[in-house]
Design a protein around this ligand. Structure first.
Ligand SMILES: Cc1ncc(COP(=O)(O)O)c(C=O)c1O
Length: 343
């Protein structure tokens, strides 16, 4: 049978033989007692890599972001984010449901909001009748904007603003590994500007499960409590943490290859008059592009019939993401399918 080329997400990867071996051989204990040696090793390794005092392994990126927001806020508080951010659009309304807080989304450009845009929206601390602005959030790379990298200079300027107004600064770094692989800016440099960071192991890095959150020791102590309260205390967790550790140790450098594959595909999309792509948004492994002659639904159907899976980017666009299980040959096949479907 022909292989299905699955470009829906970088979450669809399956653990490699080496990763499975690491899982098979993992030493385990009860992580609710903090006695799982593999989880402890992963958390220590991740904290060092991110340059933070401590880290905590959590079930998913959503859980990571939401635990961070819960620890940093009180009910009634407000979180400023970019309007296309994951935290605002794709986390099932959890800020309101789980923490009793509201989001203030600001429209950015390619996922980036500037201090000049943000400052007018910070509530005056004297205004007791308004919500309290408590957190400023940044997503890097930015999923819905097409895997765009948040420039480090803007990250630093936003931090200055956050500190000026005593706001916490949170990074949704689900794909911070991609940003770092592409720019050469170490993940610890990115993370150093934030009070809390959440990073996924189960996307480009290829682990089957899990995310890491990191911050100060006190922050992680409280995050550990919230994780338990939300049913995220897991026992012999080392079985899956071993895959996360393997991913961190072995799969970060190779992300550049995913970016190269995305660029090859983006070039073909750009040259096809039946498709539209903003080439300046092609920075890592995510491509957002529009079919100009057929609907998004039709495009999904017709590519699927040819063994190619895509997903919906925004309402009127398609999304393709390159990852560990996609070869250069798959990219060539994808280009051919695009020629047949989009003309
Ligand atoms: C930017 C960003 N943050 C958070 C998440 C959530 O991760 P998970 O699916 O592991 O909950 C995603 C998932 O795609 C994401 O793209």
């Amino acid at each position: 049978m022909e292989k299905i080329i699955d470009l829906r997400s970088d979450t669809v990867t399956r653990p490699s033989a080496e990763m499975r071996k690491a899982m098979f051989e993992a030493e385990v204990g009860d992580d609710v007692f903090k006695e799982d040696p593999t989880v402890n090793k992963l958390e220590k390794y991740a904290a060092e890599l991110l340059g933070k005092e401590a880290a905590l392994y959590v079930a998913s990126g959503v859980m990571g972001n939401q635990i961070c927001l819960n620890v940093l806020t009180n009910p009634g508080d407000e979180v400023i984010c970019e309007a296309d951010s994951h935290i605002f659009n794709y986390e099932s309304g959890s800020p309101a449901a789980l923490s009793g807080i509201q989001m203030l989304p600001i429209h950015g450009s390619r996922g980036v909001i500037t201090p000049a845009q943000v400052e007018p929206f910070i509530r005056p601390s004297s205004a007791y009748y308004m919500p309290r602005t408590k957190v400023l959030e940044v997503e890097n790379t930015h999923n819905r904007a097409g895997g765009t990298i948040h420039p480090i200079e803007n990250i630093i300027e936003l931090k200055r603003l956050a500190k000026k107004y005593n706001l916490y600064y949170h990074l949704d770094g689900a794909r911070i590994w991609n940003a770092s692989a592409e720019t050469g800016v170490p993940v610890s440099e990115y993370a150093s500007h934030f009070d809390s960071v959440s990073c996924c192991l189960s996307k480009g890095l290829g682990a089957p499960v899990g995310s890491i959150i990191a911050g100060t020791k006190d922050f992680i102590k409280e995050a550990f409590r919230v994780r338990k309260a939300w049913g995220g205390g897991m026992r012999q967790l080392g079985i899956i943490a071993a895959a996360g550790l393997y991913a961190l140790q072995n799969n970060r450098e190779r992300l550049k290859e995913d970016h190269e594959k995305a660029r090859i595909l983006a070039k073909a999309i750009n040259e096809n008059p039946a498709l539209e792509i903003d080439m300046s948004s092609v920075q890592t492994n995510i491509l957002i592009f529009k079919p100009l002659k057929i609907s998004v639904e039709d495009a999904l159907k017709r590519t699927r019939e040819k063994g190619l899976l895509l997903s919906v980017g925004k309402i009127d666009s398609l999304r393709a993401i390159t990852h560990l299980d996609i070869s250069f040959d798959d990219i060539e096949k994808t280009k051919k399918i695009f020629e047949e479907v989009f003309k």
